[in-house]
Design a binder for this molecule. Sequence first.
Ligand code: PGA
Length: 254
Amino acid sequence: MRKPFVAGNWKMHKTVEEARLLVAEMLAGLQAVAGVEKVLCPPFPALLPVAAMLMGTEIGLGAQNMHWEEEGAFTGEVSPRMVAEFARYVILGHSERRAYFGETDETVHRKVAAALKHDLVPIVCVGETLAEREAGATEAVITRQVRGALAGFPPETVAAMVLAYEPVWAIGTGKAATPEEANRVVKDHIRATLAEMFGAEAAQAVRVLYGGSVKPHNAADFFAQPDIDGALVGGASLKAASFVAIAEAAAAGL
Ligand code: PGA
């Protein structure tokens, strides 16, 4: 069975001081949740201080992005080596990166390769926009993004990755997808594409999260879906009580 997985994507929120307060507030509650992989993804400046606070716990740390090059003349960028000093996970291809910062399937693929080289676990995001959904292009978009990000990697490597289905229209809007519809996309488009590319075993082993307005009141309904293994949580991860409640809902579904 796949281990449930809950990650908090803080996006561009929290100074170092605010990050420390938030982690201090949620630490005991998160540690009390057993059987769930829990990951915090603060902004870059907070990675080191949060890493120090998580030391000796089972809570993982992730970055929200990175460059694919080891080092060099890339002003303003952060390299996989720098991320891997503190973190074990990295979110790649988030729709906000794709929409506002020119991320493409090709750059996501390069970043996934770089993450693997540095033993980082990529959390690869895919998802269609509202216009794409209304045009009936959901399957085409998801399939293209999955293929674009993962083509050519060995099946056993892909099996250890984490994917996140995040319909763009559900992110930060309070309008989550229905759990049944999210499960349908994960099963029929994401896992089916993975099965074609890497075989049934790898497709079944990959953890696939749902993201987009996951809150304490709806989390359990997503976790009850057979093909959804957890959540990538934005807004609700900025409050200790709501993120802990979502992690508890994942544990309760075990
Ligand atoms: P949200 O964000 O939970 O605030 O909708 C999810 C995400 O973008 O990962």
